[in-house]
Unconditional design. Sequence first.
Lengths: 592, 252
Amino acid sequence: MTAMRRAALVGCCLLASPVVQAAGIKASVNRNEVAVGDRLSLTLTVDGRVMADPELPDLSAFDVYPQGSSTQVQIVNGRMSSSVAHNYVLVAKKAGAFTIGAAKIEIDGQVHTSQPFAVRVVAADAQPSESRDLYMTAKVSKSEAYVGEQLLYVLKIFQRVQLAQASLEPLEFGGFLLEELGKETSYDATVGGVAYRVTELRRALFPQEAGTLTVPPARLTASVVVQKRRRGADPFDGMFGGQLDDFFGRAATETRTLSTAATAVVVKALPARPPGFSGAVGAFTVRSTISNAAPKVGESTTLTIVVGGSGNPQSIKEPELALAGFKTYDDKPSVNIDKSGSGLSGTKTFTKALVPLAPGSLVVPAVRLTFFNPATKAYETAATEPITVNVAPSAAREELRLTELVTPTTGKVEVKVLADDILPNYTRLDALALQTVTRSDLPLVAAALGLPPLGFLLLFLSLRHRRRLTDDVAFRRGRAARKRAQATLHTARRAMQGGDHDTAAALASRALREYVGDRLNVEGTALTPADVTRALAGRKVPAELTTEIRTLLDQCEALHYGATREPAAIAARAIDRARPVLEQLERALRSS
Amino acid sequence: MTAPVLLALALGAQAPAVDLDTGSDPEKILIAANNRYDSADFAGAAALYHRLVALGVDNGHVYYNLGNASLRAGQLGHAVAAYLMARGRMPRDSDVRANLEFARRATKDALLPPAPSPVWRTLFFWHYSLSRAELLWLACGANLLLWALLALRLVRRTSDVLGWLVATAAVLFVAVGASTAIRFVSPTTVAVVLAPEVDVHSGTSHDSVVRFKLHAGTEAWVTGREQGWVRLQLPEDKQGWVEDGEVAVASW
């Protein structure tokens, strides 16, 4: 590279540098080219200890998020200077070339301004992919729709950085009826040759009013994990894939705010509604079936009408049917919604029990459903074929009796209310299920009432015991005393087998003294035979047992100091007697 | 003897004799009863519903159907008693309430049916809007919840929220438990007049003074039973004795 070209490059870099020095206040940004929805850090640095906030320039092209301020004090060549940095995060709302105007601040009656500079905002897709490690897009399937027409809203979050935390502000769609289309899905996708992890959310929107409705921007606040690299190569990086970063504190997070652009949807009112319009918007079919096409008079048969298609099945009203010659009982309609596809679809099933009133050929008329189809921009009618029902005469003559209501006041006017009647019988077989508490339920009731307090009591005792073991040293030592003494005796027995009578006797003595020490919460190994006798005297221990312990301890001590001629016999006796003596002592101390 | 069986005997004593050759399979009996009802054989349907009750099928829907069949068959007293039993098992069922009101409108005596005051109904709503079985299971659940929260409180002693939850669960348990105990120890007992007209005596014999007369379907609190006689309590301190067979005693 020649010197001239190098100088030109340096010059260009200086020109492009967004840091501009001004008297008293300077403004800087971390980047001067960003994509729509990307983040830009603006720092206004005010020299001197000025606590007032600077006046921001026009930043209408950005969403502004203040990030607080920091004070910096410097001492250079004995001179102290200070400055306050005010930090802001700017999120670009639209593409274009923008000028960040001059920020102003008044210091000592004099107004200082920063130098304006240019920032270029490019469309989200136009930015080089390597600078977009996290971005978000939102799309609405149509920009023009009819009232009630289904629109698909798809929000995608593209990431190739690790997120420690992310929170999406709740999506609020004023003027739309919102239906969630399943949970969010995640998959891998490649955009412009760069692999991303994509998280996708889908919602079905049904505009409820005509006019221009706005799908508001979605906002996501995410904590991105950034790696603080050490200087030089780290041999552990390759081995553990950076998992040690957290452990050694080299990973940090950076908060980023993403947002999508608002989308306008022009909603048109439905054309003049034809008579019988069901209110449904979408594409629907209708079918009807009857369970028994040849019932007898008075016998029930079920008419099922299923309306289905793409659109909101819940908005479908029951098609009107003129059923002459039948007594009808409506059932509650059931809705089956499919949210898994590219939009909301499903079926709504209307069920009626029909009871024919007279023999002969009766007709269940065609079921007609008029709906608005946005694809054809016209009203359409789906219809079924009429169903002929051949009703056979009943074995017993059906009498449609209405119970007569007679006014109780005698001698006055008798009123016949022919339109009033009792409600029909309950015919489902679950009428046979028991609704009372029987003897067979009693064990279950007793368990449900008795076991919880019992469980609580057990837990209480267990916790109290555990707490006592933790807090009460004397209790803990007392509990472990016997085990510890037996372990020491076991070691003594092994020493005895190895011919080391002195050690064996010393251990037997120690086992006894430690046991007494643990039970009485004193240092056992420091007890002399006389101390042990004194300690046991106040504990209702039988005198003969105390005497035997004293004798054993004295003999062990004598053996230890070489004051005996039969060390083996004394050691053997000490070990043999130690266990029964300990057991007697345990009983005596427990009863005291 | 349990309340349903008592009622079954009382009602069955006056049920018309019909051919009931349906075996003892409750499902078959229920279908046959429903078919008879549909074919306007209401007396036959009522007899079959009675049989279901006698077989131990204790379900509000069966009593409800029995009430419908009795009402259609012109047996107003039986119908009201059956609806009361159905309401005891399904206190929130609107069909039962509607048909009971319908039947009550057909009674002759201008007397208000026995009912707790609206204040009591509002204050102790759970006591009146839950059946005995529902109250018992709710009490079991509240008991479980209370002890579970107390156990959690043992582990987390400093949690204020847990303290409030324990207090709430304790209140719930006491409220529901007291209701359950009252319903089991002292159930609501109402007599319904079965015959078209009955004499209400001042004592437990036919020689005693007839104080007033009651008509089919009229309900009254039962305040005592003695030697085949039932003591009735009506509004305005009207009370007297009727013979056991003249009323159906419903209890829930």
